[in-house]
Design a protein around this ligand. Structure first.
Ligand code: LLP
Length: 427
């Protein structure tokens, strides 16, 4: 069996350290203590890590030019935290807008997204006076005309342009190519038609253009290309705002190397220079801000070796708290918080507790040889698109979110109870 070595600390939150008893601490808090206090599974975030990434992004792109994509991870505490750090917020539904507003973040800091916004969502966005609505389709322009005719004010809008750039990522999260449900295609002339219509419309104020080529993108040069295309298209309209979306990739497994936020900014700046852009350029990172800030802790419940086949290590969560392996075949690493520096020679498939064989968290995990039932097992880089894409499949209550910093751990989202499972059930 190959020995995978110890978990690389580069995959762990910035504050991860080994305490005197050899176990792992995050934000000055022992993961073993957090598990004892809040139970498992649980998402544990290093909030200073999130703050550091926010500051890096503002340093790289400038104040007022970084918009946090809340779909990556949203609760009121994180909305407040990123807003406090000077970020604006991207919401992709009326629900996300509601949570962000309930956190006390002003609508003037919010950008409203969505490829199929309902009339109710548009009405909410306009009456709350969000900063920008990113218009995605001709049908949406029709709906905005109708709302204006009803007497609502004309909102400031960006148009989402599909630049025809294929980001090299999983098919389900690539969005910049011509064959996409999102935005106005540059290639077939739709972008131009939409820009002309919006520029002369009285029901919207066209203030800029937007594109988003995909998510978990590792090739920084894809951004240079997208930025150049969209900036070139924007030039004749002399629009003050240009948004090149989010999507910067992060490392999930040993050996992966993602561009830094500064590399990303350099690629975007190069594309804009090439197009002679004069607008303000903003970005919308989600994953790059929160993904590696968190680990999910689980308890090992069963270990089933099948001689000549494989060993299954089952934990007390699964596809309901992290559907990414099932959806995208995403890779993760695992380690034991009691022994983060232990070598990991033991090959196993880490699975969840759901009633299907596809409920896999790690296809080919390497674990310490003494992993045992009752051990706490942690999976790093679960801070983005884990909690936010969680479900109640098999009526498993969703895990809590614990924020750790300065030696204090506090739940900012409590674990769901079995009564919560009945909250919407009318009997
Ligand atoms: N802006 C727009 C318009 C987006 O659609 C997205 C992500 C972002 C920004 C933020 O992208 P990020 O920086 O987080 O990559 N569930 C998938 C990711 C879907 C991303 C959807 N849009 C996953 O787990 O990989």
């Amino acid at each position: 069996m190959n020995n995978a070595g110890a978990i690389p600390f580069g995959l762990l939150p910035d504050s991860a350290t080994v305490s005197s008893d050899g176990s792992l601490e995050i934000g000055g808090c022992s993961l073993l203590d957090i598990a004892a206090e809040f139970g498992t599974p649980a998402f544990v975030y290093d909030t200073d890590h999130i703050r550091t990434r926010c500051r890096e992004a503002i340093e790289a792109f400038g104040p007022g030019r970084v918009v946090y994509a809340t779909k990556a991870f949203l609760c009121r505490a994180v909305a407040r935290l990123v807003y406090e750090e000077g970020l604006l917020l991207d919401v992709a539904s009326g629900g996300e807008l509601h949570v962000v507003r309930s956190a006390g973040v002003p609508a003037s800091a919010c950008t409203m997204h969505g490829n199929n916004k309902s009339v109710a969502e548009l009405r909410l966005a306009i009456s709350e006076r969000v900063r920008h609505i990113v218009v995605d389709s001709f049908d949406e322009l029709d709906r905005l005309d109708a709302l204006h005719a009803e007497g609502l004010p004309a909102p400031d809008v960006l148009l989402r342009i599909t630049p025809g750039v294929h980001a090299h990522t999983h098919e389900y999260i690539a969005t910049g190519q011509d064959d996409s449900k999102f935005g106005f295609n540059l290639g077939n002339g739709d972008a131009e038609l939409a820009a002309k219509r919006a520029a002369s419309s009285t029901s919207v104020n066209l203030v800029g253009l937007h594109c988003h080529i995909g998510s978990n993108v590792f090739a920084a040069d894809s951004y240079a290309k997208a930025a150049e295309l969209i900036a070139g298209f924007a030039a004749p309209y002399e629009l003050p705002e240009l948004v090149v979306g989010g999507g910067l990739g992060v490392a999930y497994v040993t050996g992966e190397q993602a561009p830094t936020i500064a590399d990303w900014a350099a690629a975007v700046a190069a594309g804009c220079r090439a197009a002679g852009v004069t607008s303000n350029v903003s970005v919308e990172p989600g994953r790059a801000i929160v993904a590696s800030a968190a680990v999910t802790i689980y308890e090992v419940g069963t270990i089933k070796p099948i001689p000549g086949v494989r060993t299954y290590v089952a934990v007390d969560g699964g596809m309901s708290d992290n559907p990414r392996p099932v959806l995208y075949g995403s890779g993760y690493e695992a380690f034991l918080p009691r022994a983060p520096e232990a070598e990991r020679p033991y090959a196993a498939r880490v699975v969840g507790k759901h009633c299907e064989s596809g409920d896999i968290l790690l296809f080919d995990a390497r674990l310490p040889a003494d992993v045992a039932v009752g051990d706490l097992l942690a999976v790093p880089v679960t801070g983005a698109y884990g909690h936010s894409m969680g479900s109640n499949y098999n009526k498993v209550p969703r895990p809590p979110v614990v924020f750790a910093a300065g030696g204090e751990a506090r739940a900012v989202v409590r674990r769901e109870t079995i009564d919560d499972l009945l909250a919407t059930d009318l009997g």
